[in-house]
Design a protein around this ligand. Sequence first.
Ligand code: FDA
Length: 285
Amino acid sequence: MKLPFILARRSVAGDTLAAALPVVDEILGDGRFVTLDLLGEHVHDRAQAKAFAQEYVRLIHTLAQRRRGRDANISIKLSMIGQVIDHDFCVANLLTVLAAARETHTFVRLDMEGSDITQSTLDIFEAVYPEYRDYVGVVLQAYLKRTERDVERMCELKARVRLCKGAYAEPPLVAYQDMDTIREKFRRYMKMLLLHARYPGIATHDDELINATKAFVTEAAIDRNDFEFQMLYGLRTETQQAIVEEGYNMRVYVPYGTEWVPYFSRRLRERKENVAFIIKNLFRK
Ligand code: FDA
């Protein structure tokens, strides 16, 4: 069954780039930053993976023309451009995207997906990082038991990391399941990244973690321009704006495209309110 886009419209900016660009303008207009994500994941067809990489190149050029000095970058899932087909093929596609990124001074964030491809994502990141230090960064998930080592490695590399809790259903063998432990790990990694890595993105809607970050940067005298908060499009918009008014950097993750169902399903799992919204819309005439 093909679900109607209206279900996703609160969390996805549009089903085309043209539909998403006014959203980008609005966010940039009030001082927030943007990371734009063309939705799609787990592509098994080579031609399609290559086409998505080309689509990202076009997106980078469009965004570069549009942002007029404001801060807009892109996020990409490697499984969309060949990661689950072949390592070298994916690296080649990513290099095509990064060449366009360097040409236009656009930063590229590699989203983190399920734990089955965490190592491969970090390997691909390390394959391209020496040549593209200023143009590529990764995401680390506080719920994974392996993450402390990965945070240490990214600190060693002085890499740009987005820290989040983690959005995939992972088994207890690889991921902490209880929120207290995940928050405790998040706080620990947040401090390590702020002290030893480069310009971390603190990606959460959780006031407890946002406040812990604000308290830590004050205590450690870390400049507000040496990190940013990040939130998802459609969630806590007023809080996003308030954080900017307080003098912090805030980037909004803006997804668009027709392949919105997996992204949308992860958001549903996170918030019961989203499910209520869907049910209301399904029965609306
Ligand atoms: P969570 O959903 O755990 O809620 C904790 C508390 O925060 C709530 O109890 C409530 O108090 C408050 N809260 C949350 N949402 C609220 C709302 N809408 N209104 C009011 N209060 C609210 N994951 C991943 O695996 N790979 C990735 O690459 C990314 N990328 C990414 C980018 C960005 C910019 C963000 C913000 C998140 C991601 N994520 C992600 C998703 C992330 O891992 C996580 O699943 C979600 O952010 C949910 O966790 P939170 O910490 O935001 O709040």
